[in-house]
Design a protein around this ligand. Structure first.
Ligand code: HEC
Length: 201
């Protein structure tokens, strides 16, 4: 019923159609779905928090806490090396290290070090998706640590570095300026949400 199709006769809406649509709208409301049909419920703040893990390039939404490159070496060996190689040279998983200066050659080697624009994205990606066989199983401290270790393997952090939100936001990646903006107008104009001009008829 909630999937009703709005059929329109040549003479316009019949009363029955209007009634059916009106009744459908009422019966399909979330409140009624919960109380009458016992399906669905509002997401709890804890559930929303668990989903809301995206980190922006500028570091917005990075969690508190700090790790270290040294700790990252242990995490990496235990949880990443099997797929990405002992030194990040690649295996079943992508190569994570090297490729500096190859992007503009006929054989570009795209790695975290040579290609990625922001170190904050590394945190987001690892926390969200890695290890491939157990995504989102690492603590934030371990994600900071192993992100730092991958950056260290690329020569972008020293061996004794402490790694937190500030480390990742202040690190300028080698290819940070290698991306060009999208100049199409619909890409840069923000969607209007209030007091919007009406569409032309
Ligand atoms: C079971 C194998 C496996 C394990 C374990 C694993 N990865 Fe991966 N990883 C992959 C695969 C496969 C991809 C490519 C995924 C894709 O392209 O969708 C990948 C992609 C990545 C990338 C993106 C590389 C790029 O340039 O696109 C990073 C970074 C990464 N992994 C880091 C890690 C870290 C850090 C760990 C340990 C915490 C880890 N991975 C554990 C298999 C693995």
């Amino acid at each position: 019923m909630c999937n009703q199709r709005r059929l329109r006769s040549r003479q316009g809406w019949t009363r029955l159609q209007v009634l059916a649509i009106g009744l459908g709208a009422i019966l399909c409301s979330p409140a009624l779905a919960q109380s009458v049909y016992h399906i669905g419920r509002a997401a709890t703040p804890a559930e929303i928090k668990a989903w809301d893990i995206d980190v922006a390039p500028d570091g917005k939404n990075l969690p508190a806490g700090e790790g270290s490159v040294r700790r990252g070496a242990e995490v990496y060996l235990a949880k990443c090396a099997a797929c990405h190689g002992k030194n990040g040279e690649g295996g079943i998983g992508d190569r994570l290290v090297g490729g500096a200066g190859t992007l503009a050659t006929p054989h570009p080697v795209k790695t975290v070090g040579s290609y990625w624009q922001f170190a904050t994205t590394l945190f987001d990606y690892i926390r969200r998706a890695m290890p491939l066989d157990a995504p989102q199983s690492l603590s934030d401290v371990d994600v900071y640590s192993v992100s730092g270790y991958v950056l260290y393997l690329n020569g972008l952090l020293p061996e004794d570095a402490v790694v937190g939100a500030r480390t990742l936001t202040s690190l300028k990646m080698p290819n940070q300026d290698g991306f060009i903006g999208d100049t199409r107008p619909d890409v840069s104009v923000l969607a209007c949400t209030h007091n919007c001009p009406r569409n032309p008829p």
